[in-house]
Each structure stands twice: as structure tokens, then as C-alpha cells.
Write a protein that binds this ligand. Structure first.
Ligand code: DX5
Ligand code: ZN
Length: 220
């Protein structure tokens, strides 16, 4: 199973975003994680389609859009036009999750579904065969720089077990509070797509990316 790093640009220095993205790309980060916050589903507001549109041509990284947005079905086409490759929506934010996933597929993007820390695995298990990726939030969505919620590890283990039992190839992405010091525990639990914002963009993004990729590439 390929292990992928998805640096979250929420933590980037927007004065130097182009250069910082390049540093993550040149050092092996395959995805770029794009945290869209609407101030309704989560308390913060971050950025949206115009920023994605302006950056997606500047990198070959996979544009991994995480929509922390109420009723995201309204914006799927816009994110497709802006250059998203993957759109992940929150189970808790959709009136009709299946209709939303179908819309993402209709727009020829990979579909992800995300659950907040307080949402049990049982509520999303039924969707595993229908999505490309399951995003387990290891912090309460809305802010970067939070502490990893340790109970997330058991959720990841349980989801990995279901994926293996059902012989699915759904990716497990984990997002929030992941650093060089705890990423191995997250991999051990069964995640294969790692989101890191602060740990990549605080300090030297190139060096931080390289350090993460050393761990991901060496992981058996
Ligand atoms: C939080 C976002 C996360 C966050 C990760 O709602 O979804 O992607 O930016 O940030 P760090 O890695 O700084 O915890
Ligand atoms: Zn995110």
C-alpha cells in the first residue's frame, strides 16, 4: 500500500505559498491538502475556489480538497472547475451523502468522506465500498495546530480491519495533529494518507517534507 503525504496549506505562509508548495512537491509530497472552511460547518473561514484555481496549475501534486462546508453538494462542480482532483465531504454536513458522492463522481473526481472525532465508525462503514478515501479527523475540524486525539487510533484500526475483511482498496487519510513524533503510530494503526499542516509548514517545508517522506518510504 502506497503511503502518501498531503501537506495542508492552511498552515502555509501565504506570502510565499508558491515557493512553499514547490518545496513540498520537490521533496516527495504527492498530494496537496486544501482545507476549505465555510464558517458554518466549522467556526473558521479559510479559502475557496479562486485560491485553488490559482495554484492547481503551478504544481503536479494531487489537489486534495477537504470541504469542511455545510451542504457541500452545492460546490462540487465549482471545485471541479477550480482544479480539484479529490473532493472529501463530511458525513455530518450532507443531507444526502450518497447524492453528494454521486455528484463528485459525475464530475470525474475521486470521492472522499470524512468523519469528525465524535462520529462513530459504525455511521460511515456502509460507505467504504462507495468511496476512494475515508478521512478520519484526528482533531475537531476548524483549526490547524491542535493536539492529536489519541482515540482516533482505534477508529483507524477498526476501519482498516473492515477494509481488509471486505477486500476493499479504500485509502484511509488522517488529518490533524500529526508530527514526525507520532506519524509512525498513525501508520501502524492502518492509515496510508497523512495530512500535516503545522508539522510541514512551520519551519522549513522542504526539510520537513523530506523527513516525513523518509518515514513513509521506509515504512513496512
Ligand atoms: C483542520 C484541518 C487540518 C489541519 C491540520 O480542520 O482539516 O487539515 O489543517 O493541521 P495540523 O497538521 O497543523 O494539525
Ligand atoms: Zn483537512
Amino acid at each position: 500500500m502506497k503511503r502518501i503525504l498531503a501537506p495542508s496549506i492552511l498552515a502555509a505562509d501565504f506570502k510565499a505559498l508558491g515557493d512553499q508548495m514547490k518545496q513540498t512537491e520537490e521533496n516527495g509530497a504527492e498530494y496537496l491538502h486544501f482545507d476549505v472552511m465555510d464558517g458554518m460547518f466549522v467556526p473558521s473561514i479559510s479559502f475557496g475556489m479562486p485560491v485553488l484555481k490559482s495554484i492547481h496549475g503551478a504544481t503536479s501534486q494531487v489537489m486534495d480538497a477537504h470541504l469542511m462546508v455545510q451542504e457541500p453538494i452545492r460546490y462540487i462542480e465549482d471545485f471541479k472547475k477550480a482544479g480539484a482532483d479529490i473532493v472529501t465531504v463530511h458525513l455530518e454536513a450532507c443531507t444526502d451523502i450518497r447524492k453528494t458522492i454521486a455528484k463528485i463522481r459525475e464530475c470525474k473526481m475521486k470521492a472522499g468522506v470524512s468523519i469528525c472525532p465524535e462520529t462513530p465508525v459504525e455511521e460511515v462503514q456502509f460507505l467504504l465500498p462507495e468511496v476512494d478515501m475515508l478521512l478520519v479527523m484526528s482533531v475537531h475540524p476548524g483549526f490547524g495546530g491542535q493536539k492529536f486525539i489519541l482515540e482516533s487510533l482505534d477508529k483507524i484500526r477498526r476501519i482498516r480491519k473492515v477494509i481488509e475483511e471486505q477486500k476493499l482498496n479504500t485509502d484511509i487519510q488522517v488529518d490533524g495533529g500529526i508530527y514526525l513524533s507520532n506519524v509512525k503510530e498513525v501508520l501502524d494503526a492502518g492509515a496510508n494518507v497523512i495530512v500535516a499542516g503545522s508539522a510541514v509548514f512551520n519551519g522549513n517545508p522542504g526539510e520537513n517534507t523530506r523527513a516525513f517522506m523518509e518515514i513513509l518510504n521506509a515504512y513496512e
